[in-house]
Design a protein around this ligand. Structure first.
Ligand SMILES: Cc1ncc(COP(=O)(O)O)c(C=O)c1O
Length: 389
């Protein structure tokens, strides 16, 4: 196994700076590497493993489905799609409709196309511009990359997609200045994940709502990282007095099986007529049976309240070791002082059997499986405390 790690550079494109660790198996909130060392996973594959590792119901659903059929394409009905879409809609936009794809970037790409098509169909093709915010992250495809208003990700990939404009996050004047007669929509995260776990200001959100209403703009909420129970609500927008027009989802939805989804209000969804958009793998059997298990688990009575409670516990525990946490539910960040380097700290944690992430300029990121318990949180905090010493 060690030999195969050494061969990574020979055969794999070098776009990731991987740690010299390969995991072999996981159980609950723990991962085990090829040497048998155990790690407490408070990163969950970057906010993906909603139910932890090897969750019995998820494993069973995937195995059973694999024995029947994996893929048939969207030329035919895939019945579990309807079940998953129903759960998504019943827990979000009441007249919503769902499109399935394979990733967060693809979901956001779809949302960008849907906004354009909606206004095109309304005989307003001049309304095509989408405003996004500095510090946001929406993916790596050229459209979602353009929507990601962070120059470091753009370097070397220009020209970017036309029709995306940037405003400063949490700056009302900047947003007002970006609006033109071409503006069609505003797309953003309510808590910027990759940007450093930065929550939106309530006053800024209120202004977005006013501006959207006055200018007939669509509000697209990127819930790729914040959705599927991550912050203690089904979607994070449900913490606010907000009704989005389009929601994008991915990451935690499949609990580890790649899947993405776009939920759009009926009047917008209807612009995607046959042939206008598609995805070969989108919503295939495997992805759907996995998503169904995840959604059934997180909608069980009390589950989301527990996420909220455990999130508060995590934040209190971080405070008890002198840190200043931010975020909601089990999406928590800690900005470090300049004398501490988040990447170094996360590396040291790893050596000590704790997986945490980093984000933004110098932020530690905690996005554990939603099934983590308080004892496991204590264990993580203990390791972090030792590392910080
Ligand atoms: C908010 C947000 N949107 C979109 C994406 C892109 O998702 P994916 O990597 O599945 O394409 C991410 C990934 O980190 C994200 O955090």
């Amino acid at each position: 196994m060690e030999n195969s790690i050494n061969e990574a550079d020979k055969y794999l494109i070098g776009n990731y700076a991987r740690y010299p660790i390969a995991f072999e198996r996981g159980e609950g909130v723990y991962l085990y590497d090829t040497k048998g060392k155990r790690y407490l996973d408070m990163l969950a594959g970057i906010a993906v493993n909603t139910l932890g590792h090897s969750h019995p119901k998820l494993t069973e659903a995937i195995c059973n489905q694999a024995k029947k059929v994996l893929h048939t394409s969207n030329l035919f009905h895939i019945l579990p799609q309807i079940e998953v879409a129903k759960i998504l809609v019943e827990n979000s936009l009441k007249d919503g409709k769902v499109f399935f794809c394979n990733s967060g970037a693809e979901a956001n790409e779809t949302a960008i196309k849907l906004v354009r098509k909606y206004f095109y169909d309304k005989n307003q093709p001049e309304k095509y511009e989408i405003i996004t915010f500095t510090g946001g992250f929406h993916g790596r495809t050229i459209g979602s990359l353009t929507a990601t208003a962070q120059p470091k990700y753009h370097e070397g990939f220009k020209p970017l997609l036309a029709g995306i404009k940037y405003a400063e996050f949490n700056n009302i004047e900047s947003l007002k200045n970006a609006i033109t007669e071409n503006t069609a929509g505003i797309m953003f995260e309510l808590i910027q994940g990759e940007g450093g776990v930065n929550p939106i200001d309530n006053s800024f959100l209120e202004e977005i709502k006013n501006i959207a209403r006055e200018n007939e703009l669509l509000i697209v909420i990127d819930e790729v990282q914040t959705g599927i129970g991550r912050t203690g609500k089904f979607f994070t927008y449900q913490h606010y007095d907000l009704e989005p027009d389009i929601i994008t989802s991915a990451k935690g939805l499949g609990g580890g099986i790649p899947v993405g989804a776009v939920i759009a209000k009926e009047k917008i969804a209807k612009s995607f007529t046959p042939g206008t958009h598609g995805s070969t793998f989108g919503g295939n059997f495997l992805a759907m049976v996995a998503s169904k298990v995840v959604l059934e688990e997180i909608t069980k009575k009390g589950f989301l309240n527990e996420v909220l409670e455990k999130g508060i516990y995590l934040q209190e525990s971080l405070k008890s070791i002198g840190l200043k946490p931010k975020g909601k539910g089990l999406m928590v960040g800690v900005d470090l002082e300049d004398n501490l380097d988040a990447k170094e700290i996360s590396k040291k944690c790893l050596e000590n059997g704790l997986i945490i992430g980093t984000a933004g300029k110098n932020t530690l990121r905690f996005v554990p499986p939603l099934i983590i318990n308080k004892k496991e949180i204590d264990e993580g905090i203990e390791i972090l405390k030792e590392v910080l010493k």
